[in-house]
Structures are given as structure tokens and as C-alpha cells.
Design a protein around this ligand. Sequence first.
Ligand SMILES: Cc1ncc(C[n+]2csc(CCOP(=O)(O)OP(=O)(O)O)c2C)c(N)n1
Ligand SMILES: [Mg+2]
Length: 617
Amino acid sequence: MRYYFRTLNSEFTRESPNTACAGKSEYSYLALWQNPYLSPVQTMTTPQVSPASAAALIAKFLKARGVSRVFALCGGHIMPIWMRLDAEGIQIVDVRDERAAVYMAHAHSELTGQIGVALVTAGPGVTNAMTGIANAHTARASVLILSGTPPQAQENRGALQDMSHIEFVKPLTRYARTVRNPDLVLQELDEAVSRALGHGSEPGPAYLDFPVDTLRARVSPAVQLPEFFQPHAKQKIRPEQAAAQQAMDILWNAKRPLIISGRGARGANDALIKLLDRTGALYLDTGESRGLVPESHPAVVAAMRGSVMSQADVVVTLGRKLDFQLAYGSPAVFGDAKFIRIADCASELRDNRRGAAEVFANVSCALESILELARERTPQTDREWASQVRKQHEQRADKLITSMQQAPAGSDGLMHPNKLLATLRNALPEDAVVVADGGDFLSFARVGLPAATYLDPGSLGCIGVGTPFGIAASLALPDRTVVVATGDGAFGFNAMEIDTAVRHKAPVLIVVANNGSWAIEVRDQLETHGKVVGTQLQFSDHAAMARAFGMHGERVTKAEDLPAAIARALANRPALLDVLVTPEAASSDGKTGLAWVPDLQALGAWDTAEKAWREKS
Ligand SMILES: Cc1ncc(C[n+]2csc(CCOP(=O)(O)OP(=O)(O)O)c2C)c(N)n1
Ligand SMILES: [Mg+2]
């Protein structure tokens, strides 16, 4: 039943909440809300969303594919899907901004290895979702975004929320289609999910939308072939023997081998650890593949990142792009090192640098083949070099822990961010899930809060993901402690999602490092331009904001109060701690030049090296 209401200033319509199954209803919003400004002026019958409809098929498909939770924000253009998801028992995590829905689907996918699903309404629902889609695109996260469009008869006639979504989502998705024919819904879903999961291509977001009349239309039972409901088995790509042999020869001859993993190496821990043990190579992880190799392994030299990159004579990338974090693989930073590239998708196989060996294969399969081919052959690794670098790494890592604990307060009397992180670190269990976000604070947290399961804004630098990522993580992994360590600026983007956390009882702990500014930008302005413009915030009381939404919230100003406050917050999740920290603490990202965006490389020192190298050659 659709009611037309007249308000003080305007007319609008609302659908009855039982539209999906009622067809005709005497339900009255007037009675429900007892709003004196609303009065029904006309009634009309709205179409039912039957179990034989395309919308129902979408829900059945998702359920068959193991989707138990969808992140969504409602709207008439998607309501048929919404109601049928509910009918199928799929949980709808209703958020406060579509961007957050996509971020949550992204985190869900990254942490579960399954497809993450976001459902957003037409027009502004999709435009709001765009940053989330862009982030999933860059991160190569398997997200399916579903939306609606106006009924076909109203398309391009100035209909409510009418936009040609496909044109603007296409460059950021692996697949983007409008499905107008109800009989094609199932196979389009199958294709979109496959593309998102990266079966045969690079994983990433896939997008489908449906005119709302298509969603309500009946689907012929004949086209509902059972095969489309079956999940695809992920098939591993095995390497060409010759390519694996070439890789093995180069690696076994290396004196100073370095292995770097990325997204495509996830799940390859066993083979990777065997390879590290066998070759004595050193290892760097990146944010994309945290936790593959335990910190205690003698190959781990994270604290020596910069120097080991310039010392290695052979660099193996495992499912990792040579992006700005890895100096684009430039000889200016890596010297004469040979590269071995191993990946199961083109974008991670030869971006920026060609490999002396290029192995197109699933990473674990490739490593197993290499190990098999090597048999008893003795690697030429300089063990002395490797153990020296590891020793230096350990010294640095130990020094970091001590310096974090002793980090002095600023001249403003406020706590150093590292003091906060050191205290938090002591309170977290070993298997905590850490989500880091912000500018300076992200830089501190990335190093100071080690965790085997870790998420951050990634190489898109998409700050603001923290709270949505944390909420999705705490729902996906309810037995693990999930903490979001975020700057105050980054927190503001999706702060409203604390409401979502409370309503959905998502047991997340959000720790806001409140330095009253976009501090990394303040420092850049001061150092580069000598003036601070538009980069100061207030020391707003985010804890009071959390309490306003029914969340446990405490503001902490003194370091000595932190341990007890953290304990209370952990016991009362969802919870938020607003911790005042000094904006004076310069992070490594701030100091290395990331903020001022050098011309040739991401970091100042690499930029200088790159300039010198280009001029010399
Ligand atoms: C969506 C988005 N907007 C702006 C930026 C630029 N940016 C990067 S870090 C940063 C400051 C973050 O401030 P905050 O979260 O408070 O961390 P702090 O540096 O103060 O520790 C900004 C504005 C970005 N990367 N992404
Ligand atoms: Mg800040």
C-alpha cells in the first residue's frame, strides 16, 4: 500500500512496511507516528514482491552462495531485494551512508575470503557508494554492489533518482551491467560474483543494477538452472615448468634474496615459510598480506625495510604490485637487483618492472613447484648478511617498544600517540584484529600496533574506512577482539556509523587519537609553506558523541588513566575512547615526505635517489 501524505510544506509518499507481502494494507503511518502534519490524501495499491520475482531470485542466489549478511541503506528502488533478503533470513546491516556499506562489505570479504555484498539505492545511493567502490577497486577486494534504477518506462524521463550508473562505475569495477530482463538475472549474478572473486582475472568490485519493475517481475522457472546457484570452486593456476625452473635458478643463485608478499600471496603461508626456511631469504610483508609469516621468523626484517630493499640482489614479489610503497621497483632504490615476479593475475605480475623470471600461477602452487624443482640444491644465500640484517631489525624493533613506552608528552602536556599505542598494545590479546586509520596516527599505529590480522586505508589512501571496517570485522569475527585505531580527522568521515555499531551490537573498540587537527597536513603546511590554513580541527569530545548514540564512551586525557579506561571499554563493547594526544609528534610518514607528494617517488629520499639516477643515466 502506498500512502500519499501532505506535510506542512510538501507532499511526499511512503511505502507501507509490509508492502512486500501485503499488497493491500490498512496500515496507517498517521497512527504509527501520530504526526499531526501527516494526513493520507489518497491511497493506491502497490505491486507485490512475490517469491517468484527477480528480487526473490537475487536473495535465493545470495543465500545459495553462502551470503549471510548484506550491508545496505534502504530506498524504494531496492526495496524488493531488501524485503526478499529478509525473507531468506539474510541479515541486513543497515548503515548510515552507502560509502560505509561498501567499506563494510570490503572488510567482510578481506577477512572471510568470501564475497562481500553491499546494497545501495539508485542515484545518490550509488554516488555515495563510489569511494567505497574505488577503494575496493584499488585494493582488489571482492565486493558485489547491487542497486536499483527507475522502472524502464520512466528511464531517461527525469525519473526520481534516475542516473546512468554504469557509465561512472565502469572504470572502477570488474563488471558493471544493468539487468533489464528478469530471465537474465541469475546468470548475470553468477558472472558478477565470479568476476568479483577474480576467477580467471583480477578480483575487485562488481556492480549490477536492476530497474525496479524488473525486480518485481516474474522469472521463468525454466531459466532458473540449478547450476547457477552452485558456487564456483576456486581453481588454482599451476605454473609452467620452465618459468618455475627459471625462478628457482635465479633465487638459488642469489646472495642477498628478498621476498615481498602482497594480496595475491594470502593463503600461501605454508609454502612461503618453507621457501624462507629453505633459502634463508629475507622477508618483507606489506599491509595487504599481514600475518602470513610470524614476526618471530628469522626472515622477518620489517624494521629494516628501506635498507634491505637497496641491499637485495634478487627481489621476489609474491602477488604484490610494485606500487609507490615499493618505490615502483625502480633501480634508483633497488639498484641492480633482478626481479622474480609471481602472481595469478596480470596486474601483479609485471607492473612497473619485468621479472627476470615471471611465473603466472597461484602463489602457493608456484612456491611448491619451485621447492620441488630445487630438491637438495644448496642455495647461495649469504647467511651472514641475512642474520646481520635480522639482528638490526630486532634491535630496532626492541628500541621501538622501549621508546613507545617512554614517548614524552608534547609541550602542550598531551600524551604522545606512541604512549597510547604502547598501552593499547599491552591490553590487546595476541589474536586481536587491528584496523588503523588516519594520517600521522596511521603511520604510528601501522608500526606500533602489530597484528596478524590488519586492515588500513590501503594504497588508495582512503582515510575514513576505520569505523566501518571495524564494525564489519567485529561482526565477521565475533570471537576476536577488534580495535580501530584512528585519527580524529579520519574518524569524522564515518563517525555516524557508531550508530550502526550500537544497533547491530558490533563489539568493536574504537580508539580515537584526538590531536585536534589533520596533523600530518598541518606539519606539511608548516614545513613546506610556513602557514597553517584549514587543517585545524577542534578537540571535539567524540566520547560524548558515542554516548549520545548509546555507546560506551570515555574521554581520556592522562596517560595514567588509560589502562583502566581501555579495560572498561574492552568489557563494554561497542565502545569508544577519545584519547587526547599531542599534535606535535611527527610520524615517519610525515618525516619521509609522503604528505608533500614528491614528483618522482612517494618518499623524499627515494625521490632524491630517483632524480640522481635519472640524471646519471
Ligand atoms: C578521503 C581522504 N581525504 C583526505 C585525505 C588526505 N589526508 C591524508 S592523511 C590526512 C590527515 C588525517 O588526519 P587524522 O585522521 O586526524 O590523523 P593525524 O594526522 O591527525 O594523526 C588527510 C586529510 C585522504 N588521504 N583521504
Ligand atoms: Mg588528527
